[in-house]
Design a protein around this ligand. Structure first.
Ligand code: CAP
Ligand code: MG
Length: 432
């Protein structure tokens, strides 16, 4: 079919400037491996099902992809000449490497695992404005994990109830309040009213605790213009963050928000709602590792990497892979996980966020797995505390402080009744 095999060339040595992508290809019984592999390279670069005369043009061949390596279990590597792409256009880049190839009958499944981004593409993207160091500077917190909480129920509460919960968790010891991914500008909790009242409560909590507090405000909106207007409103009201649902909003919106946040001085928190539609099947879809790299390039400062033990599907090695690729500058190839090497050319890094199904007793495990250069989010694990949100926040902070001091939670709960109440209530239970 269509000379798909012409896109396979194991003698090809990728140029330093090429983009490399690792894929796992399922081959239908009626197809040959070579044709299936070639179909991925063809359809994600210059080809189609029919042989067309233009495929012979030298200038077309120059921007055509090539399968140059194949391993076991369907894993292949494809090289894309960097001039195939509009360097700074993530929507176009993904329309190539993560476009039609996923839907072709020539493959029975297709998983894009990792991308090695060429220097020209990295340099054409803004990257994070703050990075981990810059975020820590906002709070004056050098080492420990930052703690955040999302009010629950996630949607439906009034602005007053939302802002009160903010006050409760800030005075309970947490650093950040976070809007939930599906809270935007609903009638019962309008955006501008929520921003004003919550930031007023934040100022009050800062005065009472003497600690810097902040709020991840969701600016996800019906249009990019409205999203930017909301971000500007947050900045004018003295907020430090714009939160965006990066996948439901779209890559171009994220980049546009990043361009504006540079002038507004706002950090960006990236929520990944919708990712489960394409990243949970190890044999098909687009990995969270690749999403993490895309949002680092687009310029977010914080990103959800999963927790392995929480309520969302996230294999431990995948969580660790994303953490490594969004926080480090140089990354070695990991042949076992089919993760590619990378040199981020000093692009700022991204604060990994561990969230989803966590409660105070799980904090020692998360810190043990991910270290302390993380953000910890507990929603239900704070607001589900038998004594309410403030007690839940106190218990969360006590569990973290005990972990950092090398003490057990059993010791810590002797001097923190709220932690004891949480442990009595939940013990070490975790979602399945
Ligand atoms: C967590 C959360 C976050 C998830 C997203 C929720 O609440 O607010 O959106 O963490 O998953 O709505 O489920 P809980 P991930 O703390 O109550 O679970 O971080 O894996 O992207
Ligand atoms: Mg949420």
């Amino acid at each position: 079919m269509a000379g798909y095999e012409d896109f396979v060339d194991f003698s090809y040595k990728p140029a330093k400037s090429d983009m490399i992508v690792s894929f796992r290809v399922g081959v239908p019984a009626w197809e040959t491996k070579k044709r299936a592999w070639g179909a991925v390279a063809s359809e994600s670069s210059v080809g189609t099902w029919a042989k067309v005369v233009g495929l012979k043009y030298e200038h077309v061949k120059k921007v055509a992809a090539k399968v140059f390596w194949a391993g076991k279990d369907g894993w292949i590597k494809i090289a894309y000449p960097v001039d195939h792409f509009e360097y700074g256009n993530m929507a176009q880049i993904l329309a190539s490497i993560a476009g039609n190839d996923f839907g072709m009958k020539a493959v029975s499944s297709l998983r894009l695992q990792d991308v090695k981004w060429p220097a020209k593409i990295i340099k054409a993207h803004p990257g994070p404005q703050f990075g981990i160091k810059g975020i820590r500077k906002i709070f004056g917190v050098k080492k420990r994990p930052l703690m955040l909480s999302v009010p629950k129920p996630k949607v439906g509460m009034t602005t007053q109830e939302h802002a009160q919960i903010g006050y409760d968790i800030w005075t309970g010891g947490l650093d950040l309040l976070k809007d939930d991914e599906n809270l935007s500008n609903q009638k019962f909790n309008p955006f501008e009213k929520r921003v004003k009242l919550s930031l007023k409560m934040r100022d009050k909590a800062e005065k009472e605790t003497g600690e810097k507090k902040s709020y991840l405000i969701n600016v996800t909106a019906p249009t990019t213009d409205e999203m930017l207007r909301r971000a500007k409103f947050v900045a004018n009201e003295g907020g430090e963050y714009a939160m965006i649902d990066v996948i439901t909003s779209g890559w171009t919106s994220v980049r546009t928000l990043r361009e504006h946040c540079a002038d507004l001085g706002l950090a960006i928190h990236a929520h990944r709602a919708f990712h489960g539609a394409f990243d949970r099947n190890p044999k098909h879809g687009f990995s969270n590792l690749a999403v993490g790299e895309v949002v680092r390039l687009l310029g977010v400062d914080q990103y959800h990497i999963g927790t392995h033990i929480g309520k969302m599907v996230s294999p431990k090695h995948e969580v660790l892979d994303v953490q490594e690729h969004i926080t480090q500058q140089k990354v070695k190839e990991n042949l076992k996980e089919h993760c590619l090497s990378e040199d981020w050319l000093n692009m700022k890094n991204v604060f990994p966020v561990a969230s989803g199904g966590l409660q105070p007793a799980l904090i020692p495990y998360i810190v043990g797995m991910l270290g302390t250069d993380i953000m910890l989010q507990l929603g239900g694990g704070v607001h589900g505390h038998p004594k309410g949100s403030h007690a839940g926040a106190v218990a969360m902070r006590a569990a973290l402080e005990a972990t950092l001091a090398g003490n057990t939670l059993e010791d810590a709960m002797r001097s923190c009744k709220e932690l004891k109440q949480a442990m009595d209530y939940w013990g070490y239970t975790r979602p399945r």
